[in-house]
Design a protein around this ligand. Structure first.
Ligand code: ACO
Length: 325
C-alpha cells in the first residue's frame, strides 16, 4: 500500500464539430432566438464550443481521452484496476458509462463506476480514486470526465444554450511513494436542487418531466463564487499550504467572470489561472481535466508544480483538490 496517489498522465478529446459564437448565433437566429458574439464573450468569456455528432456518446469521448492519458502515463489498459467516469450525460440509464469505456479499452476486470456530481463530478471522482488508492483498494486508476451536454440544452432558451459544450478529459492516477494529491474537500447542499437541474426522468417507457437544462444564472453565479473560495481555503488548510504557494489554479470552466472572482479572492493573478472556457464553453465534468490536459501538453504546467483544482455545479455540489503534478 502506498501513502499517496499521483497523476502520471493526462488526456483530453473534443468532438470535431466546432461552433463559434457567430456560428451558433446564426443557427439560433433561424428559429427566432437572438444572441450575439459580443453578449456571449462579455458575459461568459466563451468564444466557441464543440458539439458531438448525434451518434457520439459520452463513452466515445471518454474513451479517446482515456487512451491519450494511458499513452502519456506509459501504461496499457490492462494495467488499470479502477475506472471512474464523472458524467451527467451517461450513454444509458445503466450500465455505467465507466463499464462501456472499460470494455472499449479492454481493461476487463477492473472496478468501474460512474460518479454523478454534475460540474463538480471530476473533483468528486478524483477524490474517490485518491481515497481508494490510499486504502489499497486500487493502484492504477483512470479518472475521466466526459459529457455530451449539448443533448440537455433547450435551444430556445438563449440564457443557457450558449454556455455549454461537449468534450472529455482524463487522468491516470497511480499509487506513489511521493506526494501527489495533498488534500481535498467535498461538499453538497441539496436545498439548492432547483437552481440548476434537468428535471426529467424515465418512467414506464417514457420521459417524464422536462429533460432540458434549467438554470437560475444569477443564483448559481453568487453561490459558485462563495463556495469555490471556501473549498479552496479548506483544502489549503488541510495541506498546511497558503494560496501564495499555488502555481496554477485549474478551476471548473463555466464562466470567465466566476474564474476572475475565484482568483481575486485567493489573491492570485490571472496569469496563474488556466483558462480554456473560451475554446470549449462549459463541458461540465469534463472541463477541469480538459483544462488540465491542455496546460500540461502546452508545457504551461510543469512536473512538480502545485495545482489547485476546484469545481462547482448542480446539486449544489462543490469541492477542491490540491496536488503536486
Ligand atoms: N444573448 C443575448 N442576450 C441575452 C442572452 C444571450 N445568450 N442571454 C440572456 N440575455 C439577455 C437577457 O434576456 C437580459 O435581457 P433584459 O435585460 O432585456 O431582460 C440580459 O441579457 C441580462 O440577462 P441576465 O440573465 O441578467 O445576464 P447575466 O449578466 O446574469 O448573465 C449568465 C447571465 C451568463 C448566465 C450569468 O448569470 C452567469 O454566468 N451565471 C453563472 C451560471 C453559470 O456559469 N452556469 C454554468 C453552469 S453552473 C456551473 O457550471 C457552476
Amino acid at each position: 500500500m502506498s501513502p499517496y496517489s499521483r497523476i502520471t498522465g493526462t488526456g483530453s478529446f473534443l468532438p470535431e464539430r466546432r461552433l463559434t459564437n457567430a456560428d451558433l448565433a446564426a443557427e439560433l437566429a433561424a428559429s427566432g432566438v437572438v444572441t450575439s458574439d459580443d453578449w456571449i464573450v462579455e458575459r461568459t468569456g466563451i468564444r466557441a464550443r464543440h458539439f458531438a455528432a448525434p451518434s457520439v456518446c459520452s463513452s466515445d469521448l471518454g474513451f479517446e481521452a482515456a487512451r491519450k492519458a494511458l499513452q502519456a502515463a506509459n501504461l496499457q489498459a490492462q494495467d488499470i484496476d479502477l475506472i471512474i467516469v464523472a458524467t451527467s450525460t451517461p450513454d444509458m440509464v445503466f450500465p455505467s458509462t465507466a463499464c462501456i469505456v472499460q470494455n472499449r479499452l479492454g481493461a476487463h476486470g477492473s472496478a468501474a463506476f460512474d460518479v454523478q456530481a454534475v460540474c463538480s463530478g471530476f473533483i468528486y471522482a478524483l477524490t474517490v480514486a485518491d481515497a481508494m488508492i490510499k486504502t489499497g483498494a486500487a493502484s492504477k486508476a483512470l479518472v475521466i470526465g466526459a459529457e455530451v451536454f449539448s443533448r440537455l440544452l433547450d435551444f430556445k432558451d438563449r440564457t443557457t444554450c450558449v454556455l455549454f459544450g461537449d468534450g472529455a478529459g482524463a487522468v491516470v492516477l497511480e499509487a506513489s511513494d511521493t506526494p501527489g494529491i495533498l488534500a481535498s474537500d467535498l461538499h453538497a447542499d441539496g436545498k439548492h436542487v432547483g437552481i440548476l437541474c434537468v428535471p426529467g426522468h424515465v418512467s414506464g417507457g417514457k420521459v417524464l418531466g422536462d429533460p432540458v437544462l434549467k438554470m437560475d444564472g444569477k443564483a448559481v453565479f453568487k453561490l459558485a463564487v462563495g463556495v469555490l473560495d471556501e473549498a479552496a481555503r479548506a483544502t489549503l488548510a488541510k495541506a498546511g499550504k497558503v494560496a501564495a504557494d499555488i502555481d496554477w489554479l485549474v478551476p471548473h470552466q463555466a464562466n470567465i467572470r466566476i474564474m476572475h472572482s475565484a482568483a481575486k479572492k485567493l489573491k492570485l493573478p490571472m496569469d496563474k489561472v488556466v483558462v480554456t472556457v473560451d475554446q470549449h464553453g462549459n463541458t461540465s465534468a469534463a472541463s477541469i481535466p480538459l483544462a488540465l490536459d491542455g496546460a500540461v501538453r502546452s508545457g504551461k504546467i510543469k512536473p512538480g508544480q502545485l495545482l489547485m483544482l476546484e469545481g462547482v455545479g448542480g446539486g449544489f455540489t462543490w469541492g477542491a483538490v490540491l496536488l503536486h503534478l
